[in-house]
Design a protein around this ligand. Structure first.
Ligand code: FAD
Length: 362
């Protein structure tokens, strides 16, 4: 049985107390929300904080409210506290997946992403903040201490080499959060709080394409809230590839959000890929759709564009060439879903098909 290392635990009740504790505790401290990712990582000695600051008793992080703090967005939108659980997101009426018919609602990408994270138990514990700050993953890193020691460790922890590409100067561990690509497609922004004050920034600016330093969040900052703009006329969706439909990290995530006018012409489009780089990857695939209706030809063109941009890494489950080929197919299905087609059969087929693919050996 793997045991947790020793650590000091604090359980603040306000953001102010939490940021002060974080500032006092210094470099060895980490935040823990649901603990569904951090605690297993600590058991494997991937992360060994000497102090943990628990956020579960901080009530002000656990609300979903109408409106956002930004003047430009105040007229609508939603603010989701970082301590809101994934189950609470799935159950929230303002985030429901459909507005009637098959076409998805404006925030459906977030709903789809949240409902496909892990298992019901993990979604009951796991929070939005923890999901957005999730550690990057890699076949050479997500192992116990003895396994990693046997290969002389890797660059991400205790070693020098990136075993995915031995000449790589930087770690290639993969961003595996489901909700980040979805929220990026929705144009989300976030609030970070520290003892020095608060700052708001676009969610895209939270991420770096570096498997070790994958967040721009300073160690003394807490992610307190996610802000979603009002999205009149938008429809969105999220498609996820994983080995087991019941639970598994994504080996590919595709988030699409489109704004359509009354005639069905595309006014704006965002396509973001997950699990193909150390950060969620925003693509220009939607550009070719602007000013057009979602015809089969327009969808095929956009899907081909995004597929050529995606370069999955050979350090996650399932064959990389197959994962790359699925990018275009997923974008095609996502756009058809946004058009209003019934794509249930394709979703079910992918959940089953992935199981039949052999595990790609490390
Ligand atoms: C078997 C299994 C399957 C899983 N499958 C998936 C999956 O399919 N998709 C997926 O996305 N995830 C998956 N996960 C990972 C995890 O369960 C989720 O990502 C969950 O949402 C993490 O939230 P948490 O609150 O438990 O985070 P924690 O484990 O508490 O924290 C995760 C990280 O975020 C930091 N953090 C937490 N809250 C804050 C905050 N407010 N501000 C700043 N930093 C913060 C922590 O310091 C830590 O580094 C899986 C985990 C397991 C064990």
């Amino acid at each position: 049985m793997m045991r947790l290392p020793h650590f000091t635990f604090h359980s603040p009740q306000t953001v102010r107390q939490a940021v002060e504790l974080l500032a006092e505790a210094g470099a060895g401290a980490m935040l823990v929300a649901g603990g569904t990712d951090l605690l297993p990582n600590m058991k494997r000695r991937q992360q060994v904080p000497t102090t943990l600051i628990g956020l579960r008793r901080v009530a002000e992080l656990r609300h979903i409210a109408n409106g956002t703090p930004s003047a430009a967005l105040r007229a609508g939108g939603l603010t989701i506290g970082s301590g809101v659980t994934l189950t609470e997101i799935v159950r929230h009426p303002g985030l429901r997946v459909h507005n009637g018919g098959h076409a998805p609602g404006p925030y459906a990408a977030l709903w789809q992403a949240a409902v496909q994270v892990a298992t019901p138990h993990l979604r009951n514990m796991g929070t939005l903040g923890g999901n957005l700050c999730l550690d990057t993953r890699c076949n050479y890193y997500d192992q116990n201490y003895e396994w990693r020691k046997a290969i002389d460790f890797c660059m991400k922890k205790d070693g020098q080499t990136c075993w995915v590409a031995t000449s790589s100067p930087k770690c290639l561990a993969v961003s595996s959060t489901d909700t980040a690509p979805a929220l990026l497609s929705l144009g989300a922004s976030i609030t970070l709080a520290s003892a020095a004050g608060r700052r708001d920034l676009p969610l895209a600016e939270l991420y770096r394409n570096d498997g070790i330093h994958y967040l721009t969040r300073r160690p003394d900052e807490i992610l307190t809230a996610v802000h979603l703009p009002r999205l009149d006329g938008w429809r969105s969706t999220y498609w996820k590839l994983r080995r087991r439909g019941a639970f598994d990290f994504p080996v590919l995530g595709v988030a699409c959000a489109l704004k359509l006018d009354a005639s069905g012409t595309v006014e704006a489009a965002r396509v973001v890929l997950g699990a193909v780089a150390s950060r969620p990857l925003a693509t220009r695939a939607g550009d070719s759709l602007i000013g057009k209706c979602l015809t089969d030809e327009a969808i095929t063109e956009a899907a081909a564009k995004a597929a050529s941009r995606a370069k999955p890494l050979d350090n996650a489950d399932l064959d990389i060439y197959w994962r790359k080929s699925v990018v275009g197919e997923f974008i095609g299905y996502a756009l058809k879903e946004i058009r209003g087609d019934d794509v249930t059969a394709a979703r079910v087929r992918y959940a089953r098909h992935a199981l039949a693919i052999p595990i790609h050996a490390v």
